[in-house]
Design a protein around this ligand. Structure first.
Ligand code: KG4
Ligand code: ZN
Length: 339
């Protein structure tokens, strides 16, 4: 068996062009180029995203290789995000990965983006222990909200997910209503620090089992803001921190209610979070508290592995490499791609 294994990983599912180099489970470099072009539109414009990926991909890969001190000849495989995500964006990363693997005559590895958010916990990090199987993973991003039962690296089942919007979308859409720039999650998180989470209450949806719904609450927030603005045109400016804290508190409560239910029902006490919203300070705090309240072992990713990155694609690539789970040049991108 090859050891060490050097993997170049590429992630391009949404609006970040990312490349990383891993030496086995250790990250040698992790480069991300964001795309400013979407700011003026208050959300990601798919066609602009694919064009920006085309411009970014070569310099980003170069930078990842340089930072890692690795040349193309050292690579043992190339891993890329097959889906889910924006089709045009995915195609750029996949085509690049495919061409490079053919040119270098090394294996190509397809990676599911949501599986990567879960398995990011297996990246080497001296300050963190890795989860034992089985564990529950709450994966929360701009496109997904899932509770996943993880039995093994490649044996995972979604036991609950959203029936409409993702929680990240609820953050982003609320931010838009408040006149804050995209993506709104980090901004709401920051403003919420000085606000009162109990200042305003929003009705939580009643959903069966571990299902989530975030579209009703989005409408509720919109009506709440419109009604208050009709009485006081400066309502948002005068109450911004309290609104952010209250919305954030409600969204995190919705996540925690279902997660706690899943912990009780499955008896699984190893609990991990992943995806962009796992950067949220209130969610991180509430997850940490499960250690005391329910005797859980909790796994909270480092900030750089919460939002989209290629290191998480690389760790999945490494574990697939160990199983010789390779793909061929006929592979295609998938905008919808189940776990
Ligand atoms: O995983 P990710 O980078 O991309 C997708 O796969 O969707 O997640 C992006 C989402 C956005 O909705 C963004 O607003 C949210 O993660 N996000 C946050 C925070 N940081 C990023 N939401 C709440 N609090 C944060 N600190
Ligand atoms: Zn993601």
């Amino acid at each position: 068996m090859v050891n060490p294994v050097y993997i170049l990983a590429i992630e391009s599912s949404c609006d970040d062009t990312a490349a990383a180099v891993l030496k086995n489970s250790a990250v040698l470099s992790n480069v991300i180029a964001g795309q400013k072009v979407h700011e003026a539109f208050g959300g990601v414009v798919p066609e602009l995203a694919s064009r920006a990926h085309q411009q970014n991909i070569v310099p980003v890969v170069h930078q990842a290789l340089n930072k890692a001190g690795i040349s193309l000849e050292n690579l043992n495989a190339i891993a890329f995000t097959k889906g889910p995500g924006l089709l045009g964006s995915l195609l750029v990363g996949m085509s690049f990965a495919k061409s490079l693997s053919m040119a270098l005559n090394i294996p190509l590895i397809e990676v599911n983006h949501m599986q990567a958010h879960v398995l990011a916990h297996f990246i080497d990090d001296d300050s963190k222990t890795k989860p034992d199987f089985p564990f529950l993973a709450l994966t929360v991003s701009g496109g997904h909200t899932q509770i996943v039962r993880v039995n093994d690296f490649f044996d995972m089942t979604v036991i609950g997910e959203t029936t409409d919007d993702a929680v990240g979308e609820a953050f982003d859409k609320t931010a838009k209503l408040l006149g804050l720039p995209y993506p709104g999650g980090p901004m709401i998180d920051r403003l919420a620090q000085t606000g009162n989470p109990k200042a305003f209450t929003f009705t939580k949806p009643k959903m069966d089992e571990y299902k989530f719904s975030f579209s009703g609450i989005k409408t509720g927030i919109m009506n709440f803001l419109n009604n208050n603005k009709a009485v006081n045109p400066n309502f948002i400016e005068e109450n911004l921190a309290d609104i952010c804290a209250s919305v954030q508190h409600t969204l995190i409560e919705i996540l925690m209610d279902k997660l706690v239910l899943a912990i009780h029902d499955t008896g699984i006490k190893n609990v991990a979070i992943g995806g962009g919203v796992s950067a949220n300070s209130e969610l991180r705090k509430r997850i940490g508290e499960l250690e005391q309240t329910l005797g859980c072992k909790t796994f909270i990713p480092k900030f750089e592995y919460t939002t989209d990155n290629a290191a998480m694609i690389g760790i999945v690539g490494y574990h697939k490499f160990l199983k010789s789970d390779f793909t061929d040049e006929f592979v295609t991108s998938k905008s919808r791609y189940a776990l």
